[in-house]
Design a protein around this ligand. Structure first.
Ligand code: NAP
Length: 279
């Protein structure tokens, strides 16, 4: 990082917890690479502090990202919401433009880009099983539907939450499953883990893939050192699989573009992430 001065723009990840976050690593590496006068930090924030930080950071010429558990509340603080925020009801990126606090949900584009890289094209016509109904699942759903999937089966621990998400985003293409028993013996072109299971070492699997007749591919949004247990299981079963690393880089790249008006080097972001995960 170059010298921090009174002109340096300050960006922050706001959430609780944030100590495990990888965003400072990729954003600071990208800013240093492009010689941008900015610094990116992670701040643990309760709801009230988060609202204050958004206003303060944006008005001082900086911005940031929002993570658990504040993405929905953050969407209510904005003056200008992107289409992705409006559709998901969640904001993960904020900045100021023309005196107004702007927000986007770059998880949508991040998921879409990472998925396209994994599939080698859009998910057109696919039958998809999505596990989870939180922020990541909402972003994934918007990306899948915009990508032209045939149908999405949505399975979540809390069925009511899944119903709300399906109503808001999915329309006729999304079917909410009552229990995991409903997937027994079924075939899917793609299975997406959008729960938080896999982040902690002692987490159970989000789903035993052996229950399915077929999974054409597996995408896990969780990102941690090594691969995730869900990705490991898929690969053991001979299923192509990827974890959340590329989505993390892609959502970060879109956020970077919102703040700086030009995109970062994906290569630099990926290399910084890899170094950090190896440590
Ligand atoms: P969230 O809004 O809190 O949602 C968490 C989801 O996990 C919900 O569906 C929840 O089910 C489910 N869940 C939690 N504990 C569970 C358990 N013990 N058993 C079954 N289901 C459980 O979180 P989020 O923002 O969607 O984040 C989810 C994951 O995605 C996190 O690991 C996050 O780091 C990751 N993520 C990655 C990226 C990336 O760029 N790679 C971006 C965003 C998020 P209920 O609804 O029943 O509580």
């Amino acid at each position: 990082m170059s010298e921090v001065t009174s002109r340096t723009r300050v960006f922050a990840l706001l959430g609780d917890p944030v100590s495990h976050s990888l965003s400072p690593t990729i954003q600071n590496a990208a800013m240093a690479d492009m010689e941008m006068d900015g610094v990116y930090v992670a701040l643990r924030a309760g709801t009230e502090e988060m609202v204050g930080f958004i206003r303060g950071l944006a008005r001082s010429g900086g911005g940031g990202n929002i993570t658990l558990p504040h993405k929905e509340k953050a969407a209510t603080v904005l003056d200008v919401s992107s289409p992705a925020v409006k559709r998901t009801g969640a904001c993960n990126t904020f900045w100021e433009a023309d005196g107004k606090i702007n927000g986007d949900n770059t998880d949508v584009a991040g998921f879409a880009r990472a998925l396209e890289a994994f599939l080698g094209g859009p998910p057109e016509g696919l039958s998809v099983l999505v596990l989870g109904a939180g922020g990541a699942a909402r972003a994934g759903l918007v990306a899948l539907i915009d990508g032209g999937v045939e149908e999405v089966h949505l399975l979540n621990r809390s069925r009511d939450r899944a119903r709300v998400v399906a109503r808001r985003i999915g329309g006729a293409k999304v079917r909410v499953l009552d229990s995991a028993r409903e997937v027994d013996g079924k075939a899917f072109d793609l299975v997406v883990n959008a729960t938080r299971l896999g982040l902690q070492p002692d987490d159970p699997l989000p789903l035993d893939l052996r229950r399915l007749a077929r999974a054409g591919g597996v995408v896990d949004v969780v990102c941690r050192a090594g691969s995730t247990p869900f990705v490991d299981l898929a690969r053991t079963l001979g299923i192509r699989a990827t974890d959340g690393s590329e989505m993390l880089v892609q959502q970060g790249a879109v956020a970077f573009e919102r703040w700086w008006g030009r995109g970062p080097s994906l290569r630099v972001m990926r290399a910084a992430l890899e170094r950090r995960l190896r440590r």
